[in-house]
Design a binder for this molecule. Structure first.
Ligand code: TPP
Ligand code: MG
Length: 898
């Protein structure tokens, strides 16, 4: 074919003018005929044959992932609405009113307290159709749907719960007054603050959508592994169109399609606005999203036009109405909302005189009020119904709405609408009239809440509909049945130490294997790894436990003959996420909250490069804390200098600083296998037996060294964060004394420093293992606070004081983390001198990088001599000599700045 060129394949391709109308008619008539006689399947088949045939003959069709800017479900294929539209409208109007009133009243009573009116105002129909007809509750068990409500729509969700009798007027009055437990309502969905109500924190945008995808996949994992039948559970994620700019929001959509998650529905509220202005003023966000989702393999249902438009579209013989719909951009669309009906008539319809005829019988007001799809319950219902019937793919519903719908002059469709928190008297009146709220003028000014009588039609209806769906949502439930946790004896092999060089990563992997074989908790363990299993020496788990795959393994793996081959299995236990820490964290979240969303305890271990944890997915970790999730984050190949050969973007010397900020996270930087065993065993007990809402962060390193045996009576110290692992063997009474604190791999440097200090300088040196500065600090702060609040009572001692009060001498701490990590306890250890890895990391040998960052044995020695000299137990000449002996230039560049 001579006319073939690459441009004819792209979307710039232009269709030629029709030069044989008769022929076209014939083709179209045949198509109509087949559609009528044989149905859409046959039409699809024939069209496909035509495309294939054309393709073989070199004819390329323009690529477009877009369909026209009209509803995906044609009116004649729309399912019949099963509810009572009139009552539902009244209920919805009341919910709108109370949602608006709670924000307005909160801001009247407490200026500046904030809140959002316009998000829910635009999404009310999307939610109400769900509440009345789709959202299954947990009811008696844990089989309900999992619904991710858009964070900023929370007033609407509270408002419905108020009508349902689950939230009191006093609570509504205390919207955003979160401090007094049970009295107020949290600004957004926070299980931490409202543990019996909210299930999923969504307000940090992007986290809801990615969590929902992995939640839907985790439901399948539970099912395929025979742990729970989740086939009736659906995951609904409501998100804003602006929110889709967050990488997390769309970053995992291809996984959802690949995994054929037909149990997942995204509802994107396309009000075309975000906080500052239009999402895509110069384009069309709906079309952009359609392309992305269709390209990824989702069902896309566009709900753009309400029933009012059906007649107009049916009467559009020229095709110009669809053309006009296709061509106008979002910026213009926003303008139609704030302008008059006359303006819409002139500029939208008036562009083509033929279109004016379509609306000639409508008044300006009717033209202005032509409803959008997302505000039309019938259209929304049809979309949800179709979504729930999907067999093979997840569905996204792109619903066109108006931001601030019903707010009128106060902000409907205006750029400022997101921030509207107050309505004046006139605006309140308009709102009331528009939604027929039975509140008289005399009371309007106070924007009172309104709840119809229990016996009213509305209340009966609400209750009936929710009863049919199993109860109320959201409604967070949890199981609190303690699990039998393996005792520390299970880990006996780690207690006696070994002369063989072993890394803490290796030891951890061995422990994980032991736990996975435990008859009680073994099945519950979910190892989650983002493509680093081999780095951490975890490939042995592949063969033993299998990698989860919905379809098993359809190919013969290249390494099939190897003992440790890459084994995928339908009942595989390991979740290999590929290179996505965000996705892995979302899986960790689904697993770590299964006790609440599924009524089953799962024990996730998310093992990752420690550098790509907190600073990469810190927001998700924070949300996990809010969610009261349970599980172990394992920061592997940790430590700025312990991980050899990588460099600045790998070498983690600060994850413990970031981890220190999460309130319910227990963190450890252990040095030995027995410490890890004690910590994991205690963690299992605290989380799954004592049912504490905490989770764990443990760093493990890849440096091999001999494993110390567990000293007697060290269990408490390991867990509290500090214990003496090796007292000095120097018995001389008048010897200068030093205490060296070390963590992780750097404890080896501490031991080496002790040898030098004792042999060469006769300093009696005790070695301490500091497993958790965060735990030590929290204990000390709590004690200090108690003492402050209880004057006159006998002062309590914190743990540090209790173990250090009799210790004389100087205190030096060294670790593979920033100095601020040990500095956390400086207040309670007078004169504590800290060494650490402040500054950008770099690759070199461990010896060299440790000297560079000044955390090695020799620098520890210098620091100790310096501190002793300050205490007059050594001389500054000793220090100077030690520096000279090492050949250190005192003016060398500070590693912090290097
Ligand atoms: C990660 C994150 N960044 C910024 C914000 C602040 N914020 C709250 S709502 C909002 C606009 C939301 O727009 P959209 O997603 O379109 O939702 P709509 O309210 O229009 O339904 C912004 C920027 C946030 N909550 N989370
Ligand atoms: Mg928006």
């Amino acid at each position: 074919m001579t006319d073939f060129n690459i441009e004819s394949m792209d979307h710039e391709f232009q269709l030629h003018k029709d030069f044989d109308v008769e022929e076209t008619e014939e083709w179209l008539e045949s198509l109509e005929g087949v559609l009528k006689a044989r149905g859409p399947e046959r039409v699809r088949f024939l069209l496909n044959c035509l495309i294939q045939k054309s393709f073989k003959n070199g004819i390329r069709l323009p690529f477009t992932a877009n369909t026209p800017y009209i509803n995906t479900i044609p009116v004649e294929r729309q399912s019949v609405y099963p509810g009572n539209r009139k009552i539902e409208r009244r209920i919805k109007s009341l919910i709108r009113w109370n949602a608006m009133a709670m924000v307005v009243r909160a801001n009247k009573n407490y200026p500046g307290i904030g809140g959002h009116i316009s998000t829910y105002a635009s999404a009310a129909t999307l939610y109400e159709v769900g509440f009345n007809h789709f959202f299954k509750a947990k009811g008696e068990g844990f089989d309900g749907d999992q619904i991710y409500f858009q964070g900023h729509a929370s007033p609407g969700i509270y408002s419905r719960a108020f009508l349902e009798g689950r939230i009191s007027i006093s609570q509504l009055e205390h919207f955003r007054r979160e401090v007094e437990k049970g009295k107020g309502l949290s600004s957004y969905p926070h299980p931490w603050l409202m543990p019996d109500f909210w299930e999923f924190p969504t307000v940090s945008m992007g986290i809801g959508p990615i969590s929902a995808i992995y939640q839907a996949r985790f439901n399948r994992y539970l099912q395929d592994r025979g742990l729970k039948n989740t086939s009736n559970q659906r995951v609904w994620a409501f998100l804003g169109d602006g929110e889709t700019d967050e990488p997390e929001a769309l970053g995992a959509i291809s996984l959802a399609a690949r995994e054929q998650l037909n149990n997942l529905v995204f509802v994107i509220n396309c009000n075309l606005q975000r906080l500052d202005g239009p999402v895509r003023g110069n384009g069309k966000i709906v079309q952009e999203l359609e392309r992305l989702f269709r390209g990824a393999g989702w069902n896309v249902i566009k709900v753009l036009w309400g029933s009012d438009w059906d007649t107009l579209l049916a009467n559009d013989n020229t095709g110009l109405l669809v053309q006009r719909m296709n061509e106008y951009i979002d910026g213009e669309s926003q303008k139609y909302i704030v302008e008059s009906g006359d303006y819409v008539r002139k500029t939208f319809f008036g562009k083509y005189p033929e279109l004016l005829k379509l609306v000639e019988n409508l008044s300006d007001e009717q033209v202005w009020k032509l409803r959008l799809g997302g505000h039309d319950p019938e259209k929304v219902y049809a979309a949800y119904k179709t979504a729930t019937e999907s067999k093979l793919a997840p569905t996204v519903i792109l619903a066109r709405t108006i931001k601030g719908y019903g707010l009128g002059e106060a902000g409907e469709g205006k750029n400022v609408t997101h921030q509207v928190k107050k309505l004046n008297d006139e605006e309140l009146k308009d709102f009331r009239d528009r939604f027929d709220i039975p509140i008289p003028d005399s009371k309007l000014e106070k924007a009172p809440f309104y709840r119809p009588d229990e016996k009213s039609e509305e209340m009966q209806y609400i209750m009936e509909m929710r009863k049919n769906l199993g109860g109320f949502v959201p409604n967070r439930k949890t199981i609190s049945v303690p699990i039998t946790i393996p005792s520390t004896h299970v880990f006996n092999e780690f207690m006696s130490g070994s002369d063989r060089d072993v890394s803490t990563t290796m030891a951890f992997v061995r422990m994980l294997t032991i736990l996975m074989k435990d008859p009680i908790i073994g099945k519950r363990i979910t190892p989650i790894i983002p493509d680093e299993a081999r780095t951490f020496g975890m490939e042995a788990l592949f063969r033993q436990f299998g990698i989860y795959s919905r379809v098993g393994q359809l190919y013969d793996p290249v390494d099939a003959s190897n003992f440790l081959f890459y084994r995928e299995a339908k009942d595989g236990q390991i979740i290999e996420e590929g290179i996505t820490e965000a996705g892995s964290m979302a899986s960790f979240t689904a697993a770590g909250t299964a006790y609440a969303s599924h009524g089953i305890d799962m024990i996730p271990f998310f093992v990752y490069y420690s550098m790509f944890g907190f600073q990469r997915v810190g927001d998700q970790i924070w949300a996990f804390g809010d969610l009261r999730g349970k599980g172990f984050l394992i920061g592997a190949t940790a430590g700025r200098t312990t991980l050899m050969g990588e460099g600045l973007q790998h070498a983690d010397g600060h994850s413990h600083v970031l981890a220190s900020t999460v309130p319910n996270l227990i963190t450890y930087d252990p040095a030995y296998a027995y410490e890890i065993a004690v910590i994991i065993q205690d963690g299992l007990k605290r989380m799954y037996k004592d049912r504490e809402d905490v989770f764990y962060y443990i760093t493990v390193g890849n440096e091999n060294y001999p494993q110390h045996a567990m000293p007697k009576n060290s269990r408490e110290g390991i867990l509290k964060g500090l214990y003496k692992i090796s007292p000095s063997s120097l018995k001389a009474k008048d010897a200068p004394r030093a205490h060296l604190f070390g963590s992780g791999s750097i404890l080896q440097e501490i031991f080496r420093a002790r040898d030098i200090l004792e042999k060469k300088y006769k300093v009696s040196t005790d070695v301490w293992s500091a497993t958790s500065y965060k735990e030590l600090r929290r204990d000390a702060l709590a004690t200090e606070r108690w003492n402050m609040l209880n004057p006159g009572k006998e002062s309590r001692k914190n743990y540090l004081e209790s173990i250090l009060e009799k210790e004389k001498g100087v205190f030096i701490a060294s670790s593979d983390y920033m100095k601020i990590v040990p500095d956390q306890i400086a207040r309670w250890v007078p004169g504590l001198f800290t060494l650490g890895t402040d500054g950008f990391g770099r690759s070199d040998t461990r010896e060299v990088t440790r000297r560079f960052f000044e955390i090695d044995a020799e620098t520890i020695k210098i620091a100790t001599l310096y501190r002793l000299a300050k205490e007059k137990k050594k001389t500054m000449a000793n220090v100077k000599k030690a520096i000279q002996d090492l050949g250190i230039d005192p003016e060398k560049v500070n590693p912090l700045l290097a």
